[in-house]
Design a protein around this ligand. Structure first.
Ligand code: RVP
Length: 501
């Protein structure tokens, strides 16, 4: 007979934390959000930790190289999406690893023949106002000139005006040779009162820019996540189909951690993938697996050698797996169940296998709840897709800026490998939707607010670290009536009274 779970499965919004005693030491500035990412033995140090408990989803609409760089700056890890050709994914990883803080690859480039209209269109698309004019229109072409917003006046110039008539030509540009240190570049910027300094090869090809504002920003990233060679850390997704080619390419590109990207991870395919990686690389390549939603699935993947296990089926904001296939489990219940098994596994074997709560984080406090319930870190898609650093377009809809966000199981992404159970090499039916999310500005500002809330709640619970939160947390279920009580209620909101903004 079928097995029936006794309790209904629940989501994060059905829980709240009940505050504990906070001492005068318990202030947000003293909170550490450091957390393990990969397995380690009792008494040993975890070989890969993060400074904040957040990773970005393995999705086309979320994790490209900009997210890789941006999130590492904030102390977390982006998992570069797998639903693209191997060489392209490896290039993205390589660009994050080669990124030198403060040295920016030029993504807004023009050719001599381009016009003012092209400049404006490029600015609209990338949001960047400093543009290189190169012989081949790429970020590594020979530098012929620079265009910034100080070089043109839209109201007084014809849109068909050629770039070469108003750009600052190469001979008038202050530049620095490849190999210049960030400190020396900054001195040149300061001495010449520049906003941007192009770094050039000996034969005049563009390598990167150093921007005045980035140098200042770099000094403000105390949590940035660096490898032993002071490069940013980055992750990448793999699938259970082409791992024999994809993994070597990603490892060669310098990836720090992999994850098998699948909607359902309790499978022989994942076992085979993990075994292949272990036989080829031993413990040197770190790889997470998933997704699972109960202790049984966790134990299977832990026994197969997964470095961490991802938890969550059907809770993603763009995910319709529960509707289409009828599989899944409320995300809070799944995390609680898997965390209990992880602790049992640790007691029995002395091996700690971190777990990642993937999907369904809607409010910032859901992160704190997930941590209190036992997650070591959270994976977020919708959250990160809203920022400048996600690879998607910013569009104006009904007067508000939005970003596009689509599921890996949508017809748009066509990531059939993620849903593959062996057999056909195509997406048989959709498990995800294509959507808009409200644009939310820069990653750094957004995460600062989110993490301030997490730290503050931890202090309310008397916890200065994630393990302490887990030990001290008191969680209560809330009734549907008390959920209403939790929002603004029985008042007329001024925004809605005046018909909104
Ligand atoms: P969310 O943060 O709620 O947007 O969820 C993101 C997660 O949703 C991803 O990490 C992944 O596990 C899942 N996902 C991605 N695509 C799809 C889909 O098309 N169904 N689901």
């Amino acid at each position: 007979m079928a097995y029936f779970f006794n309790e209904p499965s629940r989501t994060f919004s059905e829980y709240l934390l009940v505050p504990g005693y906070s001492s005068s030491e318990c202030i947000p500035a003293n909170v550490s959000l450091q957390t393990p990412v990969v397995r380690f033995k009792r008494g040993e140090e975890c070989p890969l930790t993060m400074n904040v408990p957040m990773v970005s989803a393995v999705m086309q609409a979320v994790s490209g190289e900009q997210m890789g760089i941006g999130l590492a700056k904030e102390g977390g890890i982006a998992f570069i999406y797998v639903s693209q050709p191997i060489a392209d994914q490896a290039d993205m990883v390589r660009r994050v690893k080669n990124y030198k803080a403060g040295f920016v690859f030029s993504d807004s480039n023009l050719r001599l023949g381009d016009t003012l209209a092209d400049v404006l269109a490029l600015k609209e698309r990338t949001g960047h106002s400093t543009m290189a004019v190169t012989d081949d229109g790429t970020g590594t072409g020979k530098l012929l000139g620079l265009v910034t917003s100080r070089d043109y006046r839209v109201s007084r110039m014809d849109p068909s005006t050629k770039v070469e008539t108003f750009m600052t030509p190469a001979e008038k540009i202050v530049s620095a040779p490849e190999g210049t240190s960030l400190k020396a570049a900054n001195d040149i910027i300061w001495d010449h009162k520049l906003n941007a300094l192009p770094i050039l090869t000996a034969d005049g090809h563009l390598v990167s820019f150093v921007f005045r504002k980035d140098y200042d920003a770099h000094k403000g990233n105390p949590l940035e996540l660096l490898d032993s060679q002071k490069r940013y850390m980055v992750g990448a997704g793999i699938n259970t189909r082409d791992y024999a080619e994809r993994v070597p390419a990603l490892v060669e590109a310098g990836v720090d951690v992999l994850v098998i990207d699948s909607s359902e991870g309790y499978s022989e395919w994942q076992k085979r993938t993990l075994e292949w990686i272990r036989s080829r690389y031993g413990e040197s390549v770190k790889v997470g697996a998933g997704n699972v939603v109960d202790g049984e699935g966790f134990r299977f993947l832990a026994d197969c050698g997964a470095d961490f296990v991802k938890v969550g089926i059907g809770g993603g904001s763009i995910c319709i797996t529960r509707e289409t296939k009828g599989i899944g489990r409320g995300q809070a219940t799944a995390v609680i169940d898997v965390a209990q098994e992880r602790d049992k596994y640790f007691q029995e074997t002395g091996i700690y296998v971190p777990i990642c709560a993937d999907g369904g984080i809607v409010q910032d406090y859901h992160i704190t709840l997930a941590l209190a319930m036992g997650a070591d870190f959270c994976m977020l898609g919708r959250y990160f897709s809203r920022f400048d650093e996600s690879p998607t377009s910013k569009v104006l809809i009904n007067g508000s800026y939005m970003k596009e966000y689509w599921g890996e199981g949508s017809a748009r992404a066509r990531n059939w490998q993620r849903y593959d159970l062996g057999g056909a090499s195509k997406l048989s039916f959709e498990e995800g939707v294509d959507s808009y999310v409200p644009y939310a500005g820069s990653l750094s500002d957004g995460m600062a607010t989110t993490l301030a809330k997490v730290r503050s709640t931890m202090c309310n619970c008397g916890a200065l670290t994630i393990p302490e939160l887990r030990e001290k947390a008191k969680l209560t279920l809330v009734s549907s009536v008390s959920i209403v009580e939790g929002g603004a209620h029985d008042v007329l909101l001024k925004d809605s009274a005046s018909g909104g903004k």
